[in-house]
Design a protein around this ligand. Structure first.
Ligand code: ADP
Length: 585
């Protein structure tokens, strides 16, 4: 593919040492012998130039392609905004697949099941992650018409998807990621809830149970609820809702799996109900999609949006607005530039034009503003921040609709009815985990608190790097508390909350995920969800001592506070579980 020539006066890119490693290993294009054939600078230019070149499709564009390419280059290399990994890897290359998130249907026939396995393999090869609902599959042991035999059920097919994923490495570096969903009223639900009981089973899958509102009401009223055969819609049996809910809680306590999603709430926000129901999300849960739909994501690094004013630090709203508008244009162009492994996906994506703009560096922003993550003021700012980004992204989407036309299915979307829009995109906001993007940008990931202030990071292939949060180090210096001895202690403990010799302000602001009460984790997720079209990727971290009762409460809180799903992780639960099993034998 031809990419616009790199201007001679293009500024160089500054890379932190982790970013240098990650980019070299995974993102910079490689020759046949595996060595990079482009520098990091050339990589960012390849992405900027090929995404900007989409302007040529729109004669009414107010930008000159060359200028916009430079602007996009600056946007990324200042680490104000980064598009999702597949865009960085594949923009301007032969592969050209730029989206991170896909959902594929799994129909109840051998043909359809193995079609889905094949399509997933193609998507994994191109760097995307896939989500599936297995709810349409007939339950285990039900009759198979053509052979007179019995069906093996969703869980046995899940294993086939898992094995296929294991074998397809993405560009030789990372394995694919999957989400597997089963509705709580599927007859095989109990087996599904237990499917990851043994460590290592279904290791390429995150599992989530799709909870209906009817089910949640049955839990609340301590009633039974029906399990329904997907084909005949017959009631097969009834279960006590509370017992199922408690089993879910127990399994999450033991191993963190499965998670839960609130499927009715997700469908209430489905912008295109005429195209069918949403039945699954992408692998990390932040992007609900229709079958055969894909979505590209991008994240703004909030750590970069502060301003010194009157001796204090404030959020730089004006610059943030500018970056939101540019990012929406960038992501809109990504839709046009991207090629998909299936014609059906191309059609669905081009019809709905979903994008998912989100944030990273949230914890770093709070550090700079001196706001503890677990404080009312941080929650208020989270709502204000996402409300702002949501409104500005919609305003940018509206402007693009005027320039380029609304998304083709706008007329049949809920926006038409609500008299909103016309927009260029069926959705504009999603909060991704930003696992790799945050390493590249050198910021805290997504809307998560920091895991530790100073720690040893296992990067890839066993390589290790020591890392200290730069805002923390600066604060220590500013307050005259910095010493090598202290840093060694922080590496050991990961947290300063209980270091009483440090000033109170430092101890309350520089919190880490384990310092934070689980309820604050959840409140933060809910605050961001309030103004996010799609969903929010967040893990509610619990200490090892947390009880099942604690998880029960978190699940209810997630339901009541309007979250679209929830993932919990109890510190060290996996090894404890192994120990327990060992003792039981
Ligand atoms: P990144 O930082 O690499 O852009 P994120 O951690 O934000 O990615 O994840 C966003 C989405 O990208 C995930 O929900 C998933 O859909 C996809 N994804 C992440 N990791 C993988 C992987 N190893 N294989 C396939 N898809 C992935």
């Amino acid at each position: 593919m031809d990419v616009m020539k790199m201007p001679a006066d293009l500024p160089d890119v500054n890379l932190n040492s982790n970013a240098e490693l990650v980019l070299k290993k995974r993102y910079q294009r490689k020759g046949l012998d595996g060595t990079p054939i482009e520098t990091a600078k050339e990589m960012f230019w390849r992405v900027a130039a090929s995404i900007a070149s989409m302007e040529k499709n729109y004669p009414s564009s107010p930008f000159k392609t060359k200028d916009l390419a430079r602007t996009f280059y600056t946007l990324m290399t200042q680490y104000d905004f980064l598009p999702n990994s597949p865009t960085l890897m594949n923009a301007g290359t032969e592969l050209g697949q730029l989206a991170a998130c896909f959902v594929l249907p799994v129909g109840d026939s051998m043909d359809e099941i193995f079609d889905a396995v094949k399509h997933a393999a193609l998507i994994h090869k191109s760097g995307g992650g896939t989500g599936f609902s297995f709810t349409r599959l007939r339950p285990k042991d039900s009759r198979v018409g053509s052979t007179g035999g019995v069906a093996s059920g969703p869980i046995s097919f899940l294993k086939i998807f898992n094995t296929a994923t294991e074998q397809v490495k993405q560009g030789g570096t990372r394995r694919g990621a999957n989400m597997g969903i089963l509705r709580v009223d599927h007859p095989d639900i109990l087996e599904f809830i237990r499917a990851k009981e043994r460590e290592g089973d279904l290791n390429n899958f995150n599992l989530s149970v799709a909870l209906t509102e009817k089910f949640m009401q049955a839990v609340e009223n301590d009633e039974e609820y029906p399990l329904i055969a997907p084909q005949s819609q017959e009631v097969i049996e009834t279960l006590k809702a509370r017992e199922v809910f408690e089993l879910l809680v127990r399994k999450a306590w033991e191993s963190g799996d499965p998670g839960i999603i609130f499927i009715d709430r997700i469908n209430r926000d489905n912008p295109n109900p005429d195209q069918g129901e949403i039945e699954s999300t992408n692998p990390c849960g932040e992007q609900p999609l229709l079958p055969y739909e894909a979505c590209n994501l991008g994240s703004i690094n909030l750590a970069r949006f502060v301003l010194e004013k009157d001796g204090g630090i404030e959020v730089d709203w004006d610059r943030l607005r500018e970056v939101v508008h540019l990012s929406v244009r960038f992501l809109d162009n990504v839709i046009d530039a991207s090629e998909y492994p299936l014609e059906r996906i191309t059609e669905t994506v081009r019809k709905n034009r979903k994008i998912g703009l989100g944030v990273m560096g949230w914890a770093d922003l709070l550090y700079q503003l001196g706001l503890p993550y677990d404080s009312r003021r941080a929650i208020v700012l989270a709502e204000q921040m996402m409300d702002f980004i949501q409104k500005e992204s919609r305003s940018a989407s509206k402007k693009l609709a005027m320039e380029r036309g609304p998304f083709p299915s706008y007329e049949t979307s809920i926006y038409k009815e609500q008299n909103l829009g016309p927009y260029r995109h069926a959705t504009t906001t999603t909060i991704a985990p930003t696992g790799t993007l945050s390493i590249i940008a050198g910021c805290s990931s997504g809307v998560e608190p920091l895991f530790a202030l100073c720690f040893v990071r296992q990067v890839m292939d066993g390589e290790k790097l020591t890392e200290a949060n730069s805002f923390f180090v600066k604060a220590l210096h500013d307050q005259g508390c910095y010493s090598e001895k202290l840093m060694a202690e922080v590496i050991e403990k990961g947290s300063v909350r209980n270091m009483e010799f440090l000033p109170e302000e430092l101890r309350s602001v520089y919190v880490t995920s384990m310092d934070i009460d689980p309820q604050w984790h959840l409140k933060m997720q809910a605050a961001f969800q309030k103004h996010t079209d799609n969903a929010v990727s967040k893990t509610v971290n619990l200490p090892n001592s947390a009880t099942q009762e604690d998880i029960y409460k978190i699940y209810w809180m997630a339901y009541e506070e309007g979250c679209k799903g929830v993932t919990v992780y109890r510190d060290g639960c996996k090894s404890v579980q192994v120990l327990c099993t060992g003792e039981g034998q």
